[in-house]
Design a protein around this ligand. Structure first.
Ligand SMILES: [Zn+2]
Ligand SMILES: [Zn+2]
Length: 338
């Protein structure tokens, strides 16, 4: 079968590799569409991540083969699935740190969704695979796993109805957050240096928009809320976005570190300020089967609008072009087809 092998950040080749073998409880899914995730991009650029590798975990596909013990899905079904599954038994899981579970980290789809076929295990089939109907834009389902990560972030920060959030970065994740925050009856202030992205955020429900390259972020936020932002969600985390957020959150407020800028992200923090204001910095990593179910319900029932995030599907042989378009913020998400 064909797969896209990444050799380094500039070299991607479509090559023939072995089709995954199946046990009686696995199923084989043929990829229809695969989305490029920010976390794939981090791995592509991370020299310590073993290469050549097949990346990709945001996909929709069709079941083409199944083991005799698989009863939940049938050959021909269109499905969406996520890659990691917690064990629900370990110390981490019992504390709700599902994405820290060792089993969660070990489980994965094989070989990766930038390929012709992937294998889903019995655990994937039970916990993280969902059926789609043919009469919908199935590309929208690519956003289920990213949205599930956003839902998990919302569940990890404590909030009350009417709270004011800032959403820093109005890329694909930021646009999902803006809509999710509104769905949860709270208000989202979108922050980005790109006016075009801000205007989409506004159109999809942002309470306010702020462009920090054009107006002072602290005084802009003060005009919106005099006590400060309850929770800042950083889909872009760097020394600027973090220090801004530390200044504009309210006393006792929270910062959620959602997106990172890579391994070399040492950021100095004024702990005296953090301490006296009882601020919380909390990170969120990945999704859980429970938040995936919620995200599936939200997207299938169109409770949020992901269609503006979908652009033309590109051929997998044009992967580098899609990667560059995403890096240059010309696309919210590159979607590929073999
Ligand atoms: Zn992802
Ligand atoms: Zn566990």
């Amino acid at each position: 079968m064909k797969a896209l092998l990444c050799y380094n950040q500039n070299t991607f080749k479509i090559e023939d590799i072995d089709k995954p073998g199946l046990s009686d409880s696995d199923m084989l899914v043929e990829m229809i569409y695969t989305g490029l995730c920010g976390s794939d991009i981090i791995k592509i650029f991370d020299a310590s991540n073993k290469k050549p590798a097949v990346y990709g975990h945001e996909f929709v596909g069709r079941v083409v083969e199944k083991g005799k013990n698989v009863s939940k899905f049938n050959v021909g079904d269109i499905v969406v699935a996520a890659h990691h599954i917690p064990c629900y038994k370990c110390h981490y899981c019992k504390h709700g740190n599902y994405s820290m579970c060792r089993h969660f980290k070990e489980t994965n789809i094989y070989p990766g969704a930038f390929s012709q076929f992937i294998r889903l295990s019995a655990e994937h089939i039970e916990h993280t695979t969902f059926k789609l109907s043919e009469n919908q834009d199935i590309r929208e389902a690519i956003f289920i796993e990213p949205l599930a990560c956003c839902i998990r972030a919302m569940e990890r920060v404590k909030f009350r109805k009417g709270d004011v959030f800032s959403v820093v970065g109005a890329g694909a994740m930021g646009i999902l957050f803006v809509q999710l925050i509104r769905l949860f009856n709270c208000k989202a202030v979108a922050v980005d240096i790109d006016d075009k992205r801000l205007s989409l955020a506004k159109k999809l429900g942002a309470y306010h928009i702020v462009n920090p390259s054009k107006s002072d972020i602290l005084s802009s936020i003060r005009k919106i809320t005099d006590i400060g932002i309850d929770t800042a969600v950083l889909t872009v985390t760097n020394k600027y976005t973090l220090s801004d957020a530390l200044s504009y959150i309210r006393d006792g407020g929270c910062i959620n570190i959602f997106g990172v800028s890579g391994k070399d992200s040492y950021i100095p923090i004024n702990f005296e300020k953090l301490y006296k204001r009882e601020a919380t910095i909390k990170s969120t990593y990945s999704a859980t089967p429970e938040t995936l179910k919620k995200a599936y319900d939200i997207i299938i029932n169109k409770k949020i609008n992901v269609s503006p995030l979908i652009s033309e599907v590109m051929n997998l042989s044009d992967f580098k072009t899609g990667l560059d378009l995403m890096l240059n913020r010309k696309l919210y998400k590159a979607i590929f087809q073999l």
